[in-house]
Design a protein. Structure first.
Length: 236
């Protein structure tokens, strides 16, 4: 697609890169909030891995074979979809929601507090990251569905879903050659983006090093590689 759209960036917006970003954050969010049977089937059938390879190609990242070694480990065991879902949920609980000691914090402020050894950890009532994130959601015309999720606004699944939404809106504006719309969503992305860039790379690194199951270490590896590319683009 050729567009005459110009923006605040010196270079022309890259449609394929934006698409890769939208798809990466959308797929990532599916792993980070109560994994579904549909996701388990995608892991077993290989569509999740193929999707991630396509995402890497769109984003201009080389999908190295080492990143996908866990795919073979999963398929050699040949679990059913129900067994795969149960395994994903077990690993998800151990990693992120264990009632006594989760291995990795899955909310921004808690992760940053632990990583940075904060003297005064945040609380649900003084969670600046969640409050600001939720204000960004409202500014975009969105809100948390409290009847379906009690997670705070700085939960990585929610932050990732919003990043996917923002990149999708940028793609739509680019496709329509609508400069005003593009600038509006670009500004919204610039406002929200630090929520993800300040901790997602470290989060994925922790997943990669966790040794918990086969799928989440894989997600960690690809997440680290993607965020390295994303952070490089942000710095330009």
């Amino acid at each position: 697609m050729t567009s005459t759209l110009s923006s605040n960036h010196e270079e022309q917006p890259d449609f394929s890169y934006l698409l890769g970003c939208a798809d990466f954050f959308r797929l990532t969010s599916m792993f980070l909030l109560n994994p579904s049977e549909e996701l388990a089937q995608g892991v077993l059938g290989g569509s999740v891995f193929e999707d991630m390879r396509s995402i890497f190609e769109d984003a201009g990242i080389d999908p190295l074979p080492a990143m996908f070694e866990h795919e073979d480990q999963i398929r050699r065991r040949n679990p059913t979809a129900k067994e795969m879902q149960a395994e994903l949920r077990r690993d998800y609980t151990e990693l992120f929601t264990h009632p006594k000691r989760p291995l990795i914090a899955i909310t921004e402020m808690r992760f940053r507090d632990e990583r940075d050894h904060a003297d005064i950890p945040s609380t649900p009532f003084l969670n600046e990251a969640a409050l600001h994130a939720e204000s960004c959601y409202r500014a975009a015309g969105l809100s948390l569905a409290r009847d379906r999720s009690r997670e705070p606004g700085d939960h990585l699944a929610i932050e990732s879903a919003f990043m996917a939404y923002l990149h999708t809106r940028l793609i739509e504006a680019l496709d329509q050659d609508n400069l005003d719309e593009y600038r509006q969503w670009e500004k919204a992305l610039q406002e929200f983006e630090p929520h993800v860039t300040c901790w997602a790379s470290d989060f994925f690194s922790a997943c990669a090093e966790s040794g918990c199951g086969a799928v989440y270490p894989w997600l960690g590896k690809v997440g680290v590689a993607f965020m390295e590319r994303y952070l490089s683009d942000c710095a330009q």
